[in-house]
Design a protein around this ligand. Structure first.
Ligand code: MSP
Length: 532
């Protein structure tokens, strides 16, 4: 349910081709969006988080043939696998769009008709090359040659197909060059990070060609409303998911929902699809007279042994395989904190175990176990009252926690997940040190230090409470569990984190449940997985 009194935040993943099941690369985009969506909800935004699947196009049609199925039967068999994987990763998407949904087809046709009526589409003949794997047109000058002397795609290196004289409809993309350049100039944060912005700027400055937006050589796509023998080019169809899913072209209520959430705050995409999102998509919206998304953020690739990880290269361990070993939260934490999101990131099992043990088992999990246990031992499992006598004593955890909200929020606004996790991690390290240096086990020996003991345990529990809140967008289940053990609500229900995370919110007297280790230590020798 949307809440009209709150500001809105709309974040989207790319919609994934259903030629294969999700893998670590696609799960990475989705987890990144989930993390930001969960944070924005906690920070008081009426958040809409969209993901889905891209079901049309030649690549998907060919996968269907390879599996002896009709395209519709094929996409129907694959799409649920995405929904199940996202459920398994605790992804909190508000909607899941399939481009075969009736609502999408209707919106795409409305949009095409609008552009046709406005004179932005014309019929012509396409001479050039097409890569089915990338679903992208290439000029001959863009291509490379393989050892056999065949032209291959510069991106995926697969042989390309010659399209000669195919009658297509074209979108007048070339007319938007100046408008796009002006827009990039006026909105320096539209394309992030800067490397991608520069890449797009130089591409557009080099001049834009009109884009073929329809095909007649196969029929797995959305028919053009004004020329039914043509189906819409898969990218032109796919990009429109961002508006059709939220209500564009729908009933008056759906349109109102669209008006409320559009323009998107962040389109999260991989760096390989930046031109579609930063050149073609904004030009389409300009042609339709619709506002442009506020930000397109391009993440890098996950690399294993120096190579891009992908299902087709066969070097993909599934997200579920890793979750079975590490647990969902540790899986999410590793990818979000250890990979610098704007860059390519090398991932390995060794590193994953190392991060798990150092950050989660030894630091965060250990802190919770120790403090919950001591609360059990010294205070009968009840949060102690913070003693008046200790009000002016030095309180390093309170001091550190005071700046956490602002620092964390600034990192999240800049889509710097590692920075946000470093901020919480520093408090966690400090809290472990605080327990060491305060030595509650010594304070417990004499009634004269009982106030100090109560203060140390209260402060440690309170720091845990606050950290659990800030860990929640990354590790929702273990944060909920840590808070449950403190007798508190699920962080998914929080919508005023600034208030909730202010010091002193932990009620004295709450029953504290010791529980099992949140992150039991792992030994790499006990882990048997495929190549990663
Ligand atoms: N269907 C299009 C997107 C349309 S959006 C309107 C598409 N689909 S995809 O399934 O091929 O890729 C989706 C996303 O997954 C891309 O952003 C891509 O960068 C990302 N990844 C695929 N492999 C990846 C890695 N190895 N690492 C990180 N992300 C990568 O493109």
């Amino acid at each position: 349910m949307t809440n009209p009194s709150k500001p809105t935040f709309f974040v989207s993943t790319p919609i994934y081709y259903v030629n294969a099941m999700p893998h670590l690369g696609t799960a990475y985009s989705t987890t990144a969006c989930d993390t930001i969506a969960r944070w924005k909800r906690m920070d008081g935004f009426d958040t809409f988080f969209l993901t889905g699947v891209d079901e049309h196009g030649q690549k998907v049609a060919e996968s269907a043939v390879a599996h002896g199925m009709t395209p519709q039967a094929w996409v129907d068999s694959i799409a649920p696998g995405f929904q199940e994987t996202w459920k398994a990763l605790n992804i909190s998407n508000d909607d899941f769009i399939r481009t075969t949904d009736e609502r999408h087809v209707r919106g795409v046709q409305k949009f095409l008709q609008l552009l046709y009526d406005k004179g932005y589409l014309y019929k012509g003949s396409y001479e050039g090359w097409y890569c089915v794997h990338e679903e992208t047109y290439y000029a001959e000058s863009d291509l490379e040659k393989n050892e056999e002397g065949e032209f291959v795609c510069p991106d995926c290196k697969r042989p390309v197909q010659k399209a000669s004289g195919e009658e297509n409809w074209f979108f007048k993309l070339s007319e938007f060059q100046d408008q796009l350049l002006a827009y990039y100039d006026e909105h320096p944060d539209f394309i992030c990070p800067d490397t991608r912005r520069n890449e797009v700027l130089s591409f557009v400055r080099g001049g834009l060609k009109d884009l073929s937006i329809s095909r007649t050589t196969f029929d797995w796509g959305i028919p053009l409303p004004f020329d039914k023998g043509h189906v819409t080019y898969v990218w032109f169809d796919a990009l429109l998911n961002y508006i059709t899913a939220i209500g564009y072209g729908g009933t008056p209520e759906e349109e109102a929902h669209f008006e409320r959430f559009w323009p998107a705050d962040v389109h999260m995409v991989g760096k390989d699809i930046i031109r579609f999102h930063c050149v073609i998509w904004p030009a389409m919206l300009m042609a339709a007279g619709l506002p442009l998304p506020k930000k397109v953020f391009a993440h890098g690739f996950l690399l294993t042994k120096g190579e891009k990880m992908s299902k087709s290269k066969g070097n993909a361990v599934s997200p579920q395989d890793l979750c079975a070993v590490f647990g969902v939260d540790a899986y999410r934490y590793y990818f979000m904190s250890d990979v610098q999101i704007g860059n390519d990131g090398s991932i390995s099992l060794e590193r994953m175990v190392q991060v798990y043990n150092s950050d989660l088992a030894n630091r965060w999990g250990n802190l919770c176990s120790r403090v919950f246990n001591m609360c059990g031992k010294y205070f009968d499992g009840k949060v102690p009252q913070f003693p008046e006598s200790q009000a002016t004593a030095p309180n390093p955890l309170k001091d550190m926690a005071a700046g956490l909200y602002t620092r964390y929020r600034d990192c999240m606004d800049a889509i710097d997940y590692s920075g946000a996790m470093a901020a919480v991690g520093e408090l966690c390290t400090r809290a472990n040190l605080y327990v060491e240096e305060s030595a509650p086990w010594n304070l417990a020996k004499s009634p004269e230090t009982s106030d100090q003991l109560a203060a140390v345990i209260y402060n440690s529990l309170e720091a845990i409470r606050i950290m659990a809140c800030f860990y929640a967008p990354f590790m929702p289940a273990t944060s909920a569990e840590a808070l449950r053990r403190l007798g508190l609500q699920d962080p998914a229900a929080i919508d005023d984190i600034q208030e909730v995370s202010s010091w002193g919110g932990l009620p004295a007297g709450n029953a504290v449940d010791k529980g099992e280790a949140l992150f039991p230590r792992l030994n790499i020798d006990d882990i048997h997985l495929g190549d990663m």
